[in-house]
Design a protein around this ligand. Structure first.
Ligand code: PHE
Length: 338
């Protein structure tokens, strides 16, 4: 009986030391020390041993048991630390490797200029209004003192949706829409897309305008000039001068074309300004009393000014872009420059 235990301890010890994996070790633990394990069964048979041999048997079997337990524990530890080392090796992250480049987008130059202008004018107390791009002929033309067959309609190459509906040709369409809803006084800008059937280096069929208008008692042309000068100085620098040239728009009287000193040559004359030293930048004027009649304002009580400018035109002068057709192309090589 004693030699049987010794033999069992020997084989079990061998098998445990040669085990190839954690799973093998755990299986051997069950095989020898589990509830029905080979050594456990021997331990249970203690009762059948003659009393004089029991002591020697008991100490031998307990010693065998603790020997196997410690062999198992050390094998388990070995496999667990192998496993850990392996996963540390495989899952290692090299934090010194340079990161992957994720290309970032940027704002379109039209958006940047639009945002800049909105910031300037809201800083002067103007609020932002919007109107539809598919517009009634009434708001785009008639309410602005351009009845059907008015020759001034020819100045704007209109996309007609039907006899009474157009794609708005300018943001001036927002003037009467806003005045109908809001009693004077008001200070409003209306930025947005406009459409004209025209295409060359300085014209594209869809572009952006910013309309501005202010109505109150005693608004004068000098107020218009002051506001425009301030905005030109903010966008192009305080050395830029402006001048007003007489012009004509059916919805303003008097009307003016606003020029600014050429940002390229500083006014000396170059081919951007056709050697004149001046660049036309926007249209403006004192709101024609006919517009107040259309909007339901008292024409004898209020005066005001209006102006309208092309966002892409401002962007071209600000960033030195010489072909407006680049704007709608969305070529990242172009957009990444601003
Ligand atoms: N709406 C005019 C245009 O698009 C510009 C303008 C606006 C002129 C307001 C005078 C007053 O050409």
């Amino acid at each position: 009986m004693l030699s049987e235990i010794e033999a069992l301890r020997e084989t079990a010890g061998d098998e445990i030391n040669k085990a190839g994996s954690l799973k093998d070790v755990q299986d051997l633990k069950v095989k020898y020390l589990g509830k029905k394990g080979l050594l456990t069964v021997k331990l249970r048979s203690m009762g059948a041993i003659p009393p004089e041999e029991r002591r020697a048997f008991g100490s031998l079997i307990n010693e065998a048991k603790s020997y196997l337990e410690s062999a198992i524990t050390s094998q388990e530890n070995r496999f667990r630390s192998d496993e850990l080392n392996q996963s540390l090796r495989i899952e290692k992250i090299d934090v010194t490797v340079p990161g992957r480049y994720i290309p970032a987008g940027q704002l379109h130059p039209s958006t940047k200029v639009l945002d800049e202008l909105i910031t300037i004018f809201t800083g002067l107390g103007f609020t932002v209004a919007e109107g539809p791009e598919v517009e009634l002929d009434f708001y785009n033309f008639e309410a602005l003192n351009m009845p059907k067959e008015h020759p001034a309609r020819d100045m704007q190459d209109t996309f007609y949706v039907s006899d009474d509906v157009v794609l708005r040709t300018h943001t001036s369409s927002v003037q009467v829409r806003t005045m109908e809803k809001t009693p004077p006084p008001l200070r409003v800008i209306a930025p947005g897309k406009v459409y004209r059937c025209d295409a060359d280096v300085s014209h594209i069929p869809m572009f952006h305008q910013l309309e501005g208008f202010m109505v109150d008692k005693n608004i004068r042309m000098s107020d218009l000039k002051g506001v425009l000068e301030l905005f030109i100085h903010r966008v192009f620098g305080s050395n830029t001068s402006i001048r007003l040239r007489p012009s004509f728009f059916p919805f303003t009287e008097p009307s003016a074309e606003i020029d600014m000193s050429c940002v390229i040559c500083g006014g000396k004359g170059c081919n951007v300004c056709s050697q004149t030293g001046w660049i036309e930048i926007l249209g403006a004027g004192m709101i024609n009393p006919r517009i107040y009649e259309m909007a339901g304002y008292a024409p004898d009580k209020y005066t005001g000014f209006a102006f309208g400018l092309g966002i892409e035109r401002v962007a071209m002068l600000k960033y030195g872009i010489d072909d407006i057709r680049l704007f709608p192309e969305n070529d990242r090589r172009f957009l990444a420059q601003f």
